[in-house]
Design a protein around this ligand. Sequence first.
Ligand SMILES: NC(=O)c1ccc[n+]([C@@H]2O[C@H](COP(=O)([O-])OP(=O)(O)OC[C@H]3O[C@@H](n4cnc5c(N)ncnc54)[C@H](O)[C@@H]3O)[C@@H](O)[C@H]2O)c1
Length: 440
Amino acid sequence: MANRRPSERRGSSRRSSTAQFESRRPSIDPSRLVPMDKVSHIGGSDDFNVVFVGAGNIMFGSDEGPWNHSFRFEHKLGPRLKVVALIDPAIERATAVLQKKCDSFVVSAYQGTRVFKTLDDFVRNMNPRDKPRAIIVGTPPMYRGSLKPGRDLELQILQHFPGVAMFIEKPIATGPEDEIHEGFKIAKMISDSHTVCSVGYMLRYLKAVQMMKQIIDENNLTVMSTIARYACAYESIAKPDWWDKSKSAGPVIEQGTHFCDLSRYFGGEVDIDSVHAHSLEWDENAGRLSKIAVDESKIAPENRIPRVTSAVWKYDNGAVGNFTHIVALQGHNYSCEFEVYADGYSLKLVNPYVQPVLYVRKPGDDNETTIRFADDDPFFSEVSNLIDVIEDIEEDPEASQILSSYEDAVRTYELTWAIRKATERSRVARLKTIPEAVTE
Ligand SMILES: NC(=O)c1ccc[n+]([C@@H]2O[C@H](COP(=O)([O-])OP(=O)(O)OC[C@H]3O[C@@H](n4cnc5c(N)ncnc54)[C@H](O)[C@@H]3O)[C@@H](O)[C@H]2O)c1
């Protein structure tokens, strides 16, 4: 099987069918996850046309974090990268980021880039030689992930660019809960058409995460419990939409989703009906915050976000999952920890966003071994693996993997919605018995 082409593999259950959700999740040998400065760009000389949808922070970087997809594409593809279009209704923003690129040493990737307000505009005006090999979507989730016109970007891509690979940022949507089934329909269309598609759950590509996978696989372990804690630094979150449930769907669906996804990556499928949760809401005594960067009074009371969300659930194999999202810290850095337990083992991932450290306890030693991961760049590994899969690299089919498929990402979305609904049920029940719990 050494020379199987990835396109053939895509036809098998390994990537495309629901079978993968019943068995082990795909993984990558951690030694293959190499930072950008330790690798040269991919070989070949033909142009690799890319369309970027969204000219915001995830695509071009910001002070808020290490994300910046364009930078990783430049390093992975080198002089082959040609960004044929940048699509964003905010034309001024798009033009400004483009100008910066054209003023820099990566000008060759951007000198032919045209800016369009919509994908339709691009389709209407596309020169056949500009046909993309990959469409990278970094728009807010409220504009995608459904079958409704105007929020059906994935369908438009499948229709206008059949066979062209996609990258979609997380979460797959932030629409109403009753549209989740539309996400599954989109997932089916993507897999039925064998379209290469990766969703931006980049923590799966962390070297530390892949080492955890390796330990579990090599020792044939069964995960008994996942415990995830995500405490964001709310003072540094200045986007009004983030604080507004009607826009972002709340901090678990928009942000905690990364840790819900990691939980599923290790624990397997969740019994959605088993999800129980409580929240601490903005109008309860303990929920008052002193350093919110936006004017929360402008957000309708019913749309203000919870300060704490704590959930527990059963996985299909009986294991128990536990997740707490906290909006309490100030400053800049988040405090996040993710633990996995199996017979004789604990694997504890600390600080995955800033400086990942893995603490491993194994049978025969009550002490934990500490493993640090200097210079790991999961954003690069995510892009690098996607490009390798698109390029159909044959020599080593095991090397490149897309770790988060669209269907997998819809399942994470479903879990985060289940957590939100469980908190809402708990709140209604509590207010029935203790109406004075709300102080505002
Ligand atoms: N994986 C991560 O760690 C990570 C980090 C940051 C953001 N993200 C995700 O990336 C996505 C975008 O976030 P961001 O921080 O870049 O937001 P942003 O607001 O900085 O940028 C979004 C851009 O999309 C544009 N846009 C809006 N509607 C559009 C449409 N219909 N078509 C094309 N462009 C449109 C906006 O004008 C804006 O320029 C979100 O899903 C977010 O959750 C992921």
